[in-house]
Write a protein that binds this ligand. Structure first.
Ligand code: DQA
Length: 147
């Protein structure tokens, strides 16, 4: 099975950016560990991080025929991007939305997401663990295990 992990703007700075909120682990180390977990689950994990909305949209479009599930941390696009919402609806690939921080415990503008109501689940506030749980849940779902 193929899962695409999408990380939105500024997440390339993970590990150095607002470390009191996002922690000190960088994106490369996160990905290395997620790949280990994916391998255990017999999943092929693909990844894209971009600061550009159209790059993420193009990637979603080109995922149409070979990606079974998406994990997306849309970062700030969560709160702004109807275009990413429409792209995800267009390709009809189920996705889990992940946020490292608890977006409901921060500025008011962060508590609204343009994606949550069309997602198959939302994880927020679990730190980087959220990505692992998303992977585990998707594996369970693809294997039709109850969880
Ligand atoms: C974030 C939360 C967003 O509000 C913020 O813009 C981010 C990261 C998170 O993972 O907690 O860049 O998606």
């Amino acid at each position: 099975k193929n899962i695409l992990l999408i990380n939105g703007p500024n997440l390339n700075l993970l590990g150095t950016r607002e470390t009191e909120i996002y922690g000190t682990v960088n994106l490369t180390d996160l990905l290395d560990n997620l790949k280990i977990k994916a391998k255990e689950l017999n999943i092929s994990l693909h990844h894209i991080q971009s600061n550009a909305e159209h790059v993420l949209i193009d990637k979603i479009h080109s995922s149409r025929n070979h990606i079974d599930y998406i994990i997306i941390n849309p970062a700030a696009f969560t709160h702004t991007s109807i275009a990413i919402r429409d792209a995800l609806i267009s390709v009809n690939i189920p996705f889990i939305e992940v946020h490292i921080s608890n977006i409901h415990a921060r500025e008011d503008f962060r508590s609204h997401s343009w994606l949550s109501d069309i997602s198959s689940g939302v994880i927020c506030g679990l730190g980087l663990d959220g990505y692992y749980w998303a992977l585990q849940t998707i594996s369970n779902r693809l294997l039709n295990l109850k969880n």
